[in-house]
Design a protein around this ligand. Structure first.
Ligand SMILES: *C1O[C@H](CO)[C@@H](O)[C@H](O)[C@H]1NC(C)=O
Ligand SMILES: *[C@@H]1O[C@H](CO)[C@@H](O)[C@H](O)[C@H]1NC(C)=O
Ligand SMILES: *[C@@H]1O[C@H](CO)[C@@H](O)[C@H](O)[C@H]1NC(C)=O
Ligand SMILES: *[C@@H]1O[C@H](CO)[C@@H](O)[C@H](O)[C@H]1NC(C)=O
Length: 495
């Protein structure tokens, strides 16, 4: 054979190899799409398996007007900021100046961690809002916000009979579903939340974020006082809800109060929770808290009177750290493994219920923590005590997962082409040696199993745990409010 024919053969071979690689890629992609489609079909089946009763749900507290902007198009990255970022002592949570704010934003952006922070500087906040409104390339838009209104809207959309404890302006009220029974009076000026959103891989100056998320800055003056509590109080007895949701308390975090004011307001919330009938389930939606003292107050006054808590991976890590070490954790792995998260959830469950069994005889108003809903980017996990209070856990996990996609993609239709999944083909139920591995099946995508968790020497609780994969939205349109929508979606099928 001559040199030319070798060449011809080589060329033919490489063309063939390239062609094969392309076809193989296409085969893998179509296989993946097939799997995603199958997962979607089965999640939807679970979502629709049981009709929603028309439960009465009361939700507190507060509301705000959300101003969304695209973070990297709005904020200017400067060389002086670059220098600040290299300083050893780093200001993350006390936001008094624009530099404090930029540093704080940079900190969470780099880690892809959700954050929500109060600034004491009203003038700076107003200036930022004015700039945001005019910064058209950052695509500013307004929406009704606050945890309670978002949870209320989701539950009303799912068919619940909803009562909302919030004060808002007439203008903001026009954005509220008219079926929702608003108990708060009208006010002139709504609290504004500036929501800086970013997508996976967004670059800002020299920084790059590992995942889509948002940073919220606010300068609230209504919400930190839970000013809607009294009006809700008057309406609650007659409404007699099946479920009472407590949310929005992070607006009290890092706020500057007069002596004793915050403790008084939390005491009132505690009272409102305690006076609910034992037939009413109580859910507390956690949030991003940075003040140790405040989180400890919540652990004494709010958590013990909740049947259920909802949170993301950052909030779970924070709760666990505070219970274990008495220290706040500001950021955690933004994409934790199932095994690790479940270990944290079990630990929190054990510690909080240990506390319950120590005190419930002396204090009858305490509630056993019988449900934990953990929402993460890659999966939804729900742990419930098997005492019949919470039904349809598997279906709830499926619905929470679908809601996560719908919310982030801002679309009611879940398109497998617009989704990917991060959950592996199997996962361990714990990081402990010898823990079971659960194989993932497209045909039965929500994995549920039973466990017994030892609480103390003579008490153990039988629980069911369900884990649903999230069909993660490839191109995130909105992340703020995701947790609220997801938690509400999980609750509606369980009550
Ligand atoms: C979540 O709630 C907000 C506010 O009510 C709404 O704009 C958004 O579309 C909701 N997401 C879904 C998936 O319905
Ligand atoms: C960023 O810089 C531009 C141009 O100097 C300015 O108009 C804008 O207000 C700045 N944005 C912020 C958020 O400071
Ligand atoms: C868990 O326990 C319930 C009964 O309490 C049972 O119906 C269910 O099949 C069990 N699940 C698994 C996966 O064993
Ligand atoms: C939940 O289960 C209990 C006990 O089986 C039942 O009485 C109740 O009606 C169920 N609730 C829902 C919402 O399915």
């Amino acid at each position: 054979m001559g040199a030319t024919s070798y060449l011809t053969l080589l060329t033919a071979l490489s063309v063939f190899t390239a062609l094969f690689a392309i076809l193989y890629q296409a085969y893998l992609a179509s296989n993946d799409l097939k799997k995603l489609t199958l997962i979607l079909q089965n999640l939807k089946k679970l979502e629709q398996e049981f009709p929603v009763n028309k439960p009465r749900v009361a939700i507190g507290y507060g509301s705000c007007s959300d101003l969304y902007v695209k973070a990297v198009d709005f904020l200017n990255f400067t060389t002086s900021l670059e220098e600040l970022l290299h300083q050893t002592s780093f200001n993350v949570d006390d936001i008094n100046t624009e530099n404090d704010f930029l540093q704080s934003f940079a900190y969470y952006f780099q880690r892809g961690a959700a954050a929500e922070r109060f600034t004491t500087n009203k003038a700076m906040f107003r200036k930022l809002v004015t700039q945001a409104k005019k910064s058209f390339n950052a695509e500013p838009r307004w929406a009704l916000g606050g945890n309670a209104p978002v949870i209320a809207s989701r539950l009303a959309a799912e068919g619940a009979d909803v009562m909302l404890g919030a004060k808002m302006s007439l203008k903001l009220k026009t954005h509220l579903n008219p079926d929702i029974h608003l108990t708060g009076s009208l006010i002139d000026d709504d609290d504004i939340h500036l929501i800086l959103e970013y997508k996976t891989g967004d670059e800002w100056g020299t920084l790059r974020t590992p995942r889509a998320n948002r940073y919220i800055l606010h300068n609230d003056h209504h919400n930190p006082f839970i000013s809607s509590l009294e009006e809700l109080e008057q309406a609650l007895p007659e409404f007699d809800p099946h479920l009472f949701v407590v949310s929005g308390l992070q607006m009290m975090d890092n706020f500057v109060y007069d002596q004793g004011v915050r403790e008084d307001r939390i005491e009132k919330v505690c009272n409102q929770m305690q006076t609910q009938s034992s037939d009413t389930l109580v859910h507390f939606e956690m949030a991003s808290f940075v003040e140790l003292e405040f989180l400890q107050l919540l652990l004494h006054k709010i958590v013990p009177y909740s049947d259920s808590i909802g949170m993301n991976e950052q909030e779970l890590d924070n709760l666990q750290q505070v219970l274990d070490t008495g220290k706040i954790s500001l950021v955690a792995d933004s994409n934790p493994r199932v095994a690790q998260s479940l270990d944290q959830a079990r630990h929190v469950f054990k510690m909080l219920n240990e506390d319950y069994f120590k005190n419930y005889l002396a204090e009858k108003q305490r509630r056993l923590l019988s449900r934990i809903h953990l929402h993460t980017l890659a999966y939804q996990a729900i742990l419930v005590v098997k005492d019949g209070k919470w039904n349809n856990t598997k279906n709830a996990a499926a619905k929470a997962s679908l809601t996560a996609h719908r919310h982030v993609c801002a679309s009611t239709i879940v398109n497998p082409d617009a989704a990917y999944r991060l959950l592996d083909d199997s996962f361990a139920t714990s990081t402990e040696y010898g823990a079971a591995r659960i194989p993932f099946s497209e045909h039965d995508p929500v994995s549920c199993w039973n466990e017994t968790i030892a609480i103390n020497d003579h008490k153990q609780l039988d629980v069911e745990i369900c884990v649903a994969p999230v069909l993660i939205c490839k191109i995130a349109k909105q992340t703020a409010g995701a947790g609220d929508n997801i938690s509400a979606a999980g609750l509606i099928l369980q009550i």
